[in-house]
Design a protein around this ligand. Structure first.
Ligand SMILES: [Zn+2]
Length: 327
């Protein structure tokens, strides 16, 4: 089944204007707009008596969506929407940003271009692993143990409700925020090391489960999950942890990091996600859209701002049969 469209031009020819939460969307595919309308209808019922704009404010949704962006993707077909992208980065599964001449099938590239592309992809995989490693250290030091990986999020799709997936993502976000914020709060770091009634002191606290490495770093002993790094941290003082947090904050805020590249805004939010539960329910359960945090295949997951129509068979089969298409 190839879907009813011959090519991307046939999809674009169907674009229409629409709205979501009272915000105009200039051009998008009607399949996305219909799903957004279903999400709107759910929210109207859930918050009866409020106008779309009042609901939007209550859910803290910024009136600025990303729909048509990026070649070769669901976005380019008007099938995806990015919401609150300053505070909901793509954490862990980002693809490398490739210039057009390096796109398409790997076998179609010259040896030099192929090497260049593999270099860019390896660098992006390292940034993906760095992002996961920062969250892993946050889980360990804060004692909350909410480890995060793209594979683990994708697995939740089969077992968890939207509320459970959202609750985990929100807990990860809060733990990351508190960890990065502690770079200016030595007393808090001391308290984390000492433990709490329900959390063993650092010296006896078990290591949180380690996320799987990205493909590129699976055999890299110097990668973000190298054992010696964590051996050192096991007996680190509060001052040493503070230096680690400062280092992690620099990575977080640096140009090109996973958090910075997709917004992560003024780089002050230090969040993974701040989506309201009812927003995610409306889009995922009532609208039937895929959420990039948990509903995207394999290593591409972790895109918290992103919702798309891959749940519609015609869209998914079109994408599967047009891989490498740049339009
Ligand atoms: Zn997106």
């Amino acid at each position: 089944m190839r879907g009813p469209w011959r090519d991307v031009a046939a999809i674009r020819a169907q674009f229409q204007a629409g709205t979501f939460l009272g915000v105009a969307i200039d051009r998008a595919h009607p399949l996305l707009l219909e799903r957004l309308a279903a999400a709107d209808a759910y929210l109207q019922q859930r918050f009866a008596g409020l106008s779309p704009d009042q609901i939007r404010r209550h859910l803290r949704v910024t009136p600025r969506f990303g729909v048509l962006r990026g070649g070769g993707s669901y976005h380019a077909k008007g099938w995806a929407i990015d919401i609150n992208y300053d505070t909901n980065p793509w954490v862990g599964g980002q693809a490398a940003d490739l210039p057009d001449r390096l796109g398409g099938r790997l076998s179609g590239l010259s040896p030099a271009d192929r090497a260049r592309r593999q270099e860019l992809e390896a660098a992006q995989n390292r940034r993906n692993d760095e992002a996961l490693a920062i969250i892993w250290r946050a889980a360990w030091l804060t004692g909350r143990g909410e480890t995060y990986s793209t594979a683990e999020m994708t697995a939740r799709r089969g077992t968890d409700t939207t509320e459970q997936i959202w609750a985990h993502a929100t807990a990860v976000s809060s733990e990351l925020h508190d960890y990065l914020a502690a770079r200016a709060d030595p007393a808090r770091i001391e308290a984390w090391l000492a433990g709490a009634p329900t959390i063993p002191a650092m010296a006896t606290r078990p290591l949180p489960r380690r996320p799987r490495h990205s493909h590129a770093n699976q055999a890299d002993p110097g990668g973000a999950f190298a054992a010696p790094l964590h051996e050192e941290l096991r007996t680190a003082t509060a001052a040493q942890w503070r230096a680690q947090i400062e280092d992690d904050y620099r990575t977080y805020a640096s140009r090109g990091s996973n958090f910075e590249r997709t917004g992560a805004g003024a780089r002050t939010s230090m969040t993974v996600t701040d989506h309201h539960l009812e927003l995610v329910r409306a889009l995922r359960d009532a609208g039937g859209l895929a959420w990039g945090a948990s509903d995207i295949e394999g290593e591409q997951a972790g895109d918290f701002m992103h919702f798309d129509t891959r749940t519609i068979a015609a869209c998914a089969s079109y994408m599967a049969s047009h891989r490498g298409e740049r339009g």
